[in-house]
Structure formats: C-alpha cells, structure tokens
Design a binder for this molecule. Structure first.
Ligand SMILES: *[C@@H]1O[C@H](CO)[C@@H](O)[C@H](O)[C@H]1NC(C)=O
Ligand SMILES: *[C@@H]1O[C@H](CO)[C@@H](O)[C@H](O)[C@H]1NC(C)=O
Ligand SMILES: *[C@@H]1O[C@H](CO)[C@@H](O)[C@H](O)[C@H]1NC(C)=O
Ligand SMILES: *[C@@H]1O[C@H](CO)[C@@H](O)[C@H](O)[C@H]1NC(C)=O
Ligand SMILES: *[C@@H]1O[C@H](CO)[C@@H](O)[C@H](O)[C@H]1NC(C)=O
Length: 376
C-alpha cells in the first residue's frame, strides 16, 4: 500500500484556515503577525486574541513590552514560544550622561501581577553607583576588575566620570521583576543575555572591543486552559468544553475533550493521536505522494527527513505521521473542491476530517515539489 508523508506545524495551518473565511473550519486564539513577526499564543496584542494577561503592544509593525503603569516601553527583539522566553532591548544611556534613559521609571519594573519575570540568564552591569552599593554582598561584584569597567571603557565614555560600577547575574526573587536604577544606588545599567564576558582583548587590553547586542531576557508562566463563561468562548479551541475549573472556585475553563490535549503553544486542543510519539505537533501539513519508489528507498528517505525535521530548530515542534492513501482520500472526500481551503505555489490545501473527528489541513504538494515536505 502506498504511504504518504504528513508533516505539520500549526502556525501555517492556522493562517491557512483563518485566511479562508468561507471555510471557517477553525481558528486558534493566536494573534496575527505584528509586521513580519509572528505573535505566538498566549501573547496578546489585542482584546480578541491571545490571553489578555499576556499583553504586549504592536505599534507600526514592532512589538513592545510596556512596564508597570506604562511608565516605560521596551522593544521586543526575540520571542521563543517553546522556551516561553522573550528578549527586550534595555534602555540606552541618555546622550553624554551616565543615566539610563529609563531612569525616570527607575529602570525596568515589571508588573508582578503579570505573567512575565526576568530569567537568570542576564548579566547586568550597573553604572554610576553610589558607595551604598559597596555594602552589598556577592553575587554583586563592584570590584575594580569587575566587567563593568571594560564596558565603560568600550561603550560609555560619560561613565568614566562616575567611577563606581558593579556587575551581577540575575536570578532569584530580588531580580524577578526589577532591574532597578535610582539616585541612591546606580543611575544606569546595561544587560546582556547568556553573556560569557566580552572577547578577552576587552578584559586584558586597552583596545576597544565590540560587545554583543544588549538584551534582557524574560520568561512567561505557562497559561492554563482559557477561561470561559459559555461554550461559545471555547469554539476557537476546537474539541473542548466549557467546564468548571476544579482548582478555582466559580471559574470555568475550556477543557479539551477526551483524546485531545491542550497545546498551550498553539492555543488549541490537539488530537492525542497526533501527539503520540511526537513532541507537541502541528501546523502546515506537508503531504506528498511518492510515486515509483521502492519501498526500502522510500523508508530510507523518510528516515532522513525525519531526522532533519527533528533536528530542525525551526518554528514549532514538528510531527510526522503516516497515513494511507485511503485515509487521506476519505478525510478529504477524494480531494473534493468543497474541501479546498487554499492553493498557491506550494500546491493545494484541503480540509481533512479524519475518522476520529480530527479536523486538519492537508497539503497536496505539486508534482516535483517534494521539498515542501521538510520545509516549515
Ligand atoms: C504604579 O501605580 C500604582 C498605583 O496606581 C502605584 O502605587 C505605584 O507606585 C506605581 N508604580 C510606579 C513604578 O510608578
Ligand atoms: C503605553 O505607552 C505607549 C507609548 O509609550 C502607548 O502607545 C500605549 O498606548 C500606552 N498604553 C496604555 C495602556 O496606556
Ligand atoms: C550619575 O548619577 C547622578 C544621579 O544619581 C547624576 O546626578 C549624575 O549626573 C550622573 N553622572 C553622570 C556622569 O551622568
Ligand atoms: C569580580 O569580577 C571579576 C571579573 O569577572 C573577577 O575576576 C573577580 O574575581 C570578581 N570579584 C568578586 C569579588 O567576585
Ligand atoms: C519566573 O517564572 C518561571 C516560569 O513560571 C518560574 O519557573 C520561575 O521560578 C520564576 N522566577 C522567579 C525568580 O520568580
């Protein structure tokens, strides 16, 4: 029997489905892109998508994180939905001073009632500090060979007039929501993610060295299933019901039906059958018919593709599942035009309903376009 290869990452699936209102088969709670940048669930750029609690702002095609009382805003430079981390660009120094431009908001102050906190991957340099800082214990390092001195030499000439500076690594409750600058402590800061120190010449020599891009890494708490008041609130998740949440009195959540699992990255109930043996799952569906290949050659190729998929660091977690010709034909009613939900250079995409009720998108690759198989 001929086999088909079937791969998936949800993002594209969702887009394909959403882009076709005539076939409003499904949608997820994921927000649309902000400019070119995908906004993964549960991050929310507006009231109608994501989880309101995970608010970020999309202005003119750029994502921003607004901090406590909207006192400062920081550009978001990267988002990793799998590790649930985002990196923001910290404030720069105000021109010709050793004051951070967010000095007015006392540095980065995250709202502790929101689900974001500062990870322990940040190396923070505190500049223009007062003697009060000298009384602080390790891990804060204010010694004369602390890294902050190299930074000042290379990047912050104005700070040479304010000789006391310190370096520390974030982590622990003290720095979970705050990187503080203020008159009584230090008036400026800079931060680097996963920083192992500047190139050695910066430390040893007097030569100026290029430092990496500054960043502050944050992480978000896993969202539970979405809160609901009525079944309508759960319709976007597919395969779920609005039920009483046993952990919170008076609250209901969209819990997935039996055989389905809450996929908090993509924001819907994913069939367990498709999750088995795989990590997460989803999305665009690569599907191709492999004519005239001997069974063994076929197996070898599929193994190779599987390795490529599993080792790929691309968006989303991936899955591949084998379906028979018959199953796919049945799910799409023989690729009936009624189930066509999109087409393009890549081929055609059909809505498929499998025997277990799972609805998904099936991509029929154009002949010769088998690369669609491993491309996400
Ligand atoms: C934010 O607002 C609250 C009350 O509205 C206030 O108590 C708090 O001091 C403010 N925080 C900052 C950093 O402005
Ligand atoms: C927060 O400030 C930014 C600009 O600094 C503004 O665009 C945004 O609308 C503000 N958000 C709220 C909730 O006031
Ligand atoms: C250092 O910080 C103080 C406030 O604590 C400020 O008055 C002073 O101008 C800053 N120094 C420089 C060189 O900017
Ligand atoms: C401070 O940091 C420097 C440079 O990384 C290091 O050589 C020194 O041992 C540290 N001092 C303390 C007290 O941790
Ligand atoms: C930050 O949030 C993560 C994810 O919920 C949590 O595991 C971690 O303990 C938090 N860190 C701090 C310092 O609160």
């Amino acid at each position: 029997m001929e086999k088909f290869m079937f791969t998936a990452t949800l993002r594209t699936l969702t887009l394909l489905l959403l882009s076709c209102s005539a076939h409003s088969v499904t949608s997820t709670l994921r927000c649309g892109n902000c400019g070119p940048t995908p906004v993964p669930y549960p991050l929310s750029t507006g009231p109608a998508c994501g989880e309101p609690w995970y608010r970020i702002r999309c202005t003119a095609g750029t994502l921003w994180l607004d901090t406590l009382n909207n006192s400062s805003s920081y550009g978001i430079t990267s988002i990793n939905p799998e590790t649930q981390r985002i990196t923001i660009r910290p404030a720069s120094l105000a021109p010709n001073t050793c004051l951070s431009s967010d000095f007015h908001s006392r540095g980065i102050q995250l709202d502790p009632n929101l689900p974001f906190n500062i990870t322990s991957s940040n190396t923070v340099l505190l500049l223009n500090c007062t003697d009060a800082m000298l009384n602080l214990q390790a891990p804060i390092n204010c010694s004369s060979n602390s890294l902050c001195h190299s930074f000042i030499r290379d990047n912050a000439a104005a700070c040479t007039r304010a000789p006391l500076c310190c370096t520390f690594r974030t982590g622990g409750s003290q720095t979970a929501y705050i990187i503080r600058v203020h008159g009584g402590g230090c008036s400026a800061y800079q931060s680097f993610v996963n920083f192992d120190g500047p190139p050695s010449s910066a430390v040893v020599g007097v030569k100026k060295t290029k430092w990496p891009e500054p960043g502050v890494e944050l992480e978000w708490v896993s969202p539970g299933e979405p809160i609901c008041k009525s079944p309508v609130d759960c319709k976007d998740l597919l395969n779920s019901k609005c039920l009483v949440d046993p952990s919170t009195v008076g609250q209901r959540r969209c819990f997935c039906n039996g055989g389905f699992k809450w996929d908090f990255i993509n924001g819907f109930c994913q069939s367990m059958a498709m999750v088995v043996g795989v990590v997460g799952i989803m999305g665009i569906v690569g599907y191709t018919k492999r004519h005239r290949l001997k069974r063994n050659a076929q197996k070898g190729l599929m193994k190779k593709q599987e390795r490529m998929i599993l080792s790929s660091k691309s968006s989303g977690k991936s899955a591949r599942i084998f379906f028979t010709t018959k199953e796919i034909a049945r799910a799409t009613n023989n690729f009936s035009k009624d189930n066509l939900i999109g087409s393009g250079g890549f081929g055609e995409v059909f809505k498929g309903t499998f025997d277990d009720g799972t609805i998904t998108a099936i991509k029929r690759a154009k002949l010769g376009n088998t690369r669609a198989l491993i491309k996400f």
